[in-house]
Design a protein around this ligand. Sequence first.
Ligand SMILES: Nc1nc2c(ncn2[C@@H]2O[C@H](COP(=O)(O)OP(=O)(O)OP(=O)(O)O)[C@@H](O)[C@H]2O)c(=O)[nH]1
Ligand SMILES: [Mg+2]
Length: 366
Amino acid sequence: MGLSIGIIGLPNVGKSSLFNALAKEQLAQVANYPFCTIHPNHAIVPVPDDRVEQLADLVKVEKRIHATIEFVDIAGLVKGASHGEGLGNQFLGNIRDTAAILHIVRCFEDPHVIHTSDHLDPRGEIETINIELILADMQQLDKKVERLSSQVKGDKKSIPLIEMAKTLYRHLGEGKPISQFPDKDEDSFIELVNEMRFLSAKPVIYVANVDESSLQEGSVYSTEVYSLAAEQDAPAMTICARLEQELVDMSETERKEYLQLAGAEETGLEQVIRQSFSILSLITFLTMNEEEVRAWMVPQGTPAPKAAGTIHTDFERGFIRAEVTPFETFIKHKSWSGVKSAGLMRLEGKEYIVHDGDVIYFRFNI
Ligand SMILES: Nc1nc2c(ncn2[C@@H]2O[C@H](COP(=O)(O)OP(=O)(O)OP(=O)(O)O)[C@@H](O)[C@H]2O)c(=O)[nH]1
Ligand SMILES: [Mg+2]
């Protein structure tokens, strides 16, 4: 199960620039005209995790496989996109399967870069995009209600679903996202959300794309992004997409050093990954054999058999036990045999909840 994140925003706000900085080799076209991106760009990016390197160095294996995140960069949305304005909203279909959304907001002033309006208005622009997400969900629901209504005569089971679909339609109609729906425990709500993958249900990370000179202190515009994000209980971060993109050819370490000089503590990628892990409550566990050390991403609270299932469904089906030790313990005792002789290898069963940094060897039998 790969993790996928969609990048949205108005045209010409720096979506593709950020995408390129995240994706490095797999560049999307960046240009100073609105709607430069038409077809969605996809990039699979390894999640930097030094623990993989440390373990692989220790046990002397070449192959290091990191967990990955897929980023999807789509065309800019404008007000009225749901009615066909700009390039319309059909591109939103490309981010329906993503787990979270990066919402890029233009906070840089540059008379050379065309903007959809004559002044920057982060709050208004965020609202424009969020309304388009809501309208796109309403369009989906409209079709769903129609389909359910034609079924409902023969199939009474659809009655609660159709009621919920109508309730959600009204909720969206008040300008509220699905993420703010109050009765999230209702079965029909859960069923519809799983099936429809509503855009306005996805967790959002707001990204203030600022001038290089505002990286350190922020600006009135980035402050506005942060306060709006806080009102929605959403995380926010600051980047300078242009600068990040200029540094694409550098190594991750060089890029970090360069950005630190400009006043950023982390690279855009590091920030995005940290925020995504936090908003989606993800953790990483590690596995190794003679050939490779590998990191795996799972949601917090994942039981051992389910975690084993991310490696292979057979591992979950035939799960016997997990041999577990924390990363630090493994490093300290240098090998499984070292960990065992120190009495620090734990045998865990089906109920065990995997922790971040667990080094695990799964025993299974099918
Ligand atoms: N000054 C400045 N310019 C930027 C920054 N980020 C992006 N730009 C410029 O803005 C223009 C548009 O950037 P893109 O990354 O193509 O924007 P986009 O959001 O993908 O645009 P569309 O695909 O057209 O929706 C380019 O000329 C970028 O160089 C920034 O942080 N500062
Ligand atoms: Mg673009």
